[in-house]
Write a protein that binds this ligand. Structure first.
Ligand code: MSP
Length: 503
């Protein structure tokens, strides 16, 4: 099955921070999960480089615009690479092929009769690149709104309202979690769905509107089209194959753009809608959203990984940010979580097991399943249940719940070992039976944890002399038990080492 996953297209106006890393880790977690299931998965990311916000940021930095966006975009690409996030294609809105696709897309809306020229006057937040109908300050950026008046091309959004409502009602998995879906339905059902201003004359930094080069396209059309242009032309075979299975991973601040404007644009263009939009909450610092426009909140992901590793960061973010909720980032919590879950629960378990096998059966052994010791079958079936629970959680767009199931399965193996006390068994046959159960349980656990701590699980599989994992291997048991020493699986973190920042 073909799967097409997208991260948001990040604004190229500053350095990437922990909030950006979070959304991208979620997308990569799904890429690994579907990859384990044997799907043909494509993960794309990119940078949103046009519009007034970027133009102002470059001016404030005293930099040439093109040079400025090249640098910012490269920072995002370097970060994904350094965090071991497998982006298959990174697209930039300033690339020629993207501009060509954006132009063709606009043309489709115009051909459909959904685009008309009028004028706009209203309150604008340049940070959001969005008009507001009331208020003095932007609710997200807490900055004063600016009054803009300009001629503008409009998209007949109002005409799509009923079809959007019907579609979202008929497709419960289109927007996840359900609370976000209800939020979008709430916006749509409230009777004021105005047509949308989709061009700007206040900046030249954008894709020219076809047939009216005084205007550039509104950055949100431009950016959303990246999801299509990353696959090729609108008519391309690749787009036809991958697009219908698309899943967008986004933060809650860009829900309306994805849940209302984007499906309306796609319907108007005669293209299928993505399969799902999975919406996460925010990472906050002392209750404030981590944001470039609030420098006191910014946390550098690379500095963190130098102490806790890629897997440490990935795991903390995936396990803590529960679906739909904001979560406060705190270094103390990170240390506690990693030491409890990865160093103790998982790491000690694996090291202890490998040492025990090396001591008692140095060459490994082959085991013919006859009768399992203790409640060995019970443990293995408990782990298979965790696998089903992880599948359900991932399908519900809730990787945090899935991560909890994975670590719960590690805990179950630990409990089983405490009860079975294999180190005290004197009968060779019973000892081998117990070690065999633990070996199979751990093999399954490495598959359960693959999308949350891939480097660590790779190390554990190495220690168990296992090759590449597949989801279908869960519950398929080996007769061979072999181990080798791979050193500490996940080193304990000292709170002092992580005390570098103020949060
Ligand atoms: N350029 C638009 C997206 C266009 S997609 C066609 C944009 N860019 S952004 O750089 O401001 O944000 C990108 C994503 O990062 C959003 O999903 C946003 O929710 C996410 N995050 C930014 N800060 C965040 C946190 N503090 N916490 C979690 N996610 C955060 O919006």
């Amino acid at each position: 099955m073909k799967r097409y996953l997208t991260t948001p297209i990040y604004y190229a106006n500053g350095a990437p921070h922990l909030g950006h890393a979070y959304t991208t880790f979620v997308a990569d977690c799904y890429k690994r999960f579907y990859g384990l299931k044997g799907d043909d998965v494509l993960l794309i990311s990119g940078t949103d480089e046009h519009g007034q916000k970027i133009e102002r940021a470059a001016a404030a930095a005293g930099a040439d615009l093109e040079h400025f966006v090249n640098e910012r975009s490269a920072e995002f690409q370097r970060l994904w690479h350094s965090l071991n996030i497998g982006i298959d294609k990174f697209d930039r809105t300033t690339q020629a092929h993207h501009k060509a696709v954006a132009t063709a897309f606009w043309q489709k809306l115009a051909d459909r009769g959904d685009v008309y020229l009028d004028k706009y006057e209203g309150l604008y937040c340049v940070e959001c690149e969005q008009y507001f109908t009331s208020g003095d300050a932007c609710p997200v950026h807490r900055r004063p709104l600016e009054r803009f008046a300009e001629p503008s091309w409009f998209f007949r959004l109002s005409a799509w309202r009923d079809r959007l409502i019907d579609y979202i009602e008929a497709h419960p998995r289109f927007i996840l979690p359900e609370a976000r879906r209800n939020e979008v339905l709430g916006v749509l059902r409230a009777d004021a769905l105005n047509d949308l201003s989709i061009s700007r004359t206040s900046t030249r930094w954008g894709v020219p509107v076809p047939g009216d080069s005084r205007h550039v396209m509104y950055v949100w059309i431009d950016a959303l089209v990246t999801y299509l242009s990353a696959l090729g032309d609108l008519e391309s075979e690749r787009l036809r194959q991958y697009w219908p299975g698309a899943i967008h991973f986004i933060g809650k601040d860009i829900l309306i753009f994805h849940g209302v404007y984007w499906p309306a644009f796609l319907m108007s263009a005669g293209l299928p809608l993505p399969e799902s939009i999975i919406v996460n909450g925010w990472l906050t610092v002392e209750g404030r959203k981590i944001s470039k426009s609030d420098p006191g909140t910014v946390v550098d992901p690379v500095a963190l990984t130098q102490v806790i590793g890629n897997d440490g960061l990935r795991y903390c973010l995936l396990k803590t940010v529960t679906l739909g909720h904001d979560v406060d980032f705190s270094r103390r919590h990170v240390v506690r979580l990693l030491n409890a879950d990865l160093a103790n629960n998982l790491g000690n378990l694996v090291s202890r097991f490998i040492r025990l096998v090396e001591r008692r059966c140095p060459q490994g052994f082959d085991f013919e399943i006859d009768e399992l010791p203790g409640d060995g079958a019970g443990l293995l079936s408990r782990i298979r249940e965790s696998a089903s629970e992880i599948e359900r959680a991932m399908a519900a767009g809730d990787p945090a719940r899935a991560a909890r199931c994975f670590i719960g399965a590690c805990g179950a193996v630990n409990t089983w070992i405490q009860q079975a006390e294999p180190w005290a068994l004197t009968s060779e046959e019973r000892l081998r039976g117990a070690l065999w159960v633990i070996y199979q349980a751990l093999s399954d656990v490495t598959i359960l944890g693959w999308c949350f701590v891939p480097e660590t699980m790779g190390r554990v599989r190495d220690g168990l002399c296992l090759g590449a994992p597949a989801w279908d291997d869960i519950g398929v048991y080996n007769t061979r038990v072999r181990v080798r020493d791979v050193g500490p699986v996940f080193p304990r973190i000292d709170e002092v080492d992580l005390a570098g920042g103020s949060h």
